[in-house]
Design a protein around this ligand. Structure first.
Ligand SMILES: Cc1ncc(COP(=O)(O)O)c(C=O)c1O
Length: 405
């Protein structure tokens, strides 16, 4: 596949703070997903939890099959803005919401036999009444987790996880009711976080050993998200080979629901240096930016082992190596003492007040998680297209106020 084109954003044209999504880069990712879809027949669904800038969803119809939702709100957004297929998984469904879930979704995935049994009669009644086809699936938990899962924060198969039916429970469920799978057309697992083909190839045999005998009764198996399908290093042909072999072996269709891979390196967060603070008890300076790590870059705040990719700067996690370098820890606008990166970035020259800082690959799981804590300005959402930024949304005092009462 072609490598990702370079970012074309001209930061001198940008007001800050702003998330800037680059249409060319987004289309690059979608093009890879379309290619995988065409070569395998696998369904590709955009997991809205990672990024849901809805103005761009209609464009995605050129490339992929639909959306994957984790809540009624996401299901409605996918239905109204993307159209086509909406698949939903939630750890549990609420009775008062389920009628709308059935209205918006084409596939509903349950987290337990108990949930499936509870809602199955409603699904059957709705299908008959509305004349709409709804497929149902069960999430399985293969109890497999690869290395480095960020302290289990993002490992759905960690011990005690509430997500998915384990094989012991699966067998017990079928022993109690041999018809428990009647009406279930697919099984779903989601076990990866930023993994690649080697991880998928290592996990599949473990999953097959546990659940393989049930795949033949299914029409589809959903591999979930968490695969770096659109990374420059992705072995796209290898993915195609693996998916095709799996489909042939089990006579099923594979579904993929990438979230991060949709917006992978497709945009940045642009900020301005407002002040530079020097302290004589640390070997670095602190650059205060017009963003907040707590509010706008939550995952980097929660998991300091993830690299914050600041354009033109190198990361140095060892404070003993900072002396004599243009080392800065980037700090945010809230009152939280820890609203600052725990490790330093080394810049090629000294930073000045007014400099723009570009944080790359800052669209997935950032924008979607922003808060307005401390009333700090929510970054605008810009689309970079044809050499200029176009504002999709700016946030005002009224947005802050509306969330408070
Ligand atoms: C059920 C499910 N599907 C898909 C995804 C998307 O994963 P990613 O954004 O890592 O591709 C997630 C992420 O948590 C998930 O929980």
């Amino acid at each position: 596949m072609n490598k990702r084109p370079a970012s074309a954003v001209d930061v001198s044209k940008m007001q800050t703070p702003a998330f800037v999504i680059e249409e060319t880069l987004l289309r690059h990712n979608l093009g890879i997903l379309k290619y995988i879809r065409e070569k395998t027949g696998a369904k590709v669904l955009h997991a809205l939890k990672a990024y849901a800038t809805w103005e761009l969803l209609p464009m995605e119809r050129e490339y992929i099959d639909g959306t994957e939702a984790s809540s009624l709100n996401e299901a409605r957004l996918g239905y109204e803005e993307f159209g086509a297929e909406v698949h939903m998984f939630a750890p549990a469904y609420k009775e008062e919401e389920f009628e709308d879930v059935m209205k918006y979704c084409s596939t509903i995935i349950f987290n337990s036999f108990a949930q499936w049994k509870k809602f199955k009669p409603q699904v059957e009644a709705y299908k008959a009444k509305a004349g709409k086809e709804i497929e149902c699936g069960l999430r399985i938990n293969p109890e497999y987790s690869g290395p480095s899962e960020h302290g289990n924060l993002w490992s759905p198969t960690a011990p005690g996880s509430r997500l998915g039916v384990r094989i012991s429970e699966f067998n017990a469920g079928l022993a109690a009711d041999p018809n428990a799978l009647a009406g279930i057309s697919g099984l779903h697992f989601h076990i990866f976080f930023e993994k690649d083909l080697a991880d998928l190839r290592a996990a599949l045999p473990v999953i097959e050993e546990k659940f393989g005998e049930y795949f033949k009764h299914m029409e589809w198996v959903n591999f979930g998200g968490g695969l770096k399908l659109t990374d420059d290093s992705a072995d796209v042909e290898g993915y195609i080979e693996t998916i095709n072999a799996f489909q042939k072996k089990h006579d099923v269709h594979v579904h993929l629901e990438p979230g991060a891979a949709i917006a992978w390196w497709a945009g940045s967060l642009v900020a301005t240096v407002l002040d530079i603070i020097e302290r004589d008890d640390v070997p670095h300076k602190i650059a205060v930016l017009d963003i907040s790590f707590e509010n706008h870059l939550t995952d980097f705040f929660v998991s300091p082992d993830i690299d914050l990719k600041v354009r033109g700067a190198d990361i140095e996690r060892d404070d003993s190596k900072l002396a004599g370098k243009n080392a800065y820890k980037l700090g945010g606008m809230t009152c939280i003492a820890g609203d600052q990166m725990p490790y330093a970035h080394i810049f090629p020259s000294q930073l000045k007040i007014g400099d723009k800082i570009v944080i790359d690959d800052a669209i997935q799981y950032t924008l979607i998680k922003c808060t307005m804590f401390n009333g700090v300005q929510h970054p605008a959402i810009q689309l970079w297209k044809d050499g200029a930024p176009k504002t999709l949304r700016e946030f005002t005092y009224e947005d802050y106020r509306a969330r408070m009462g």
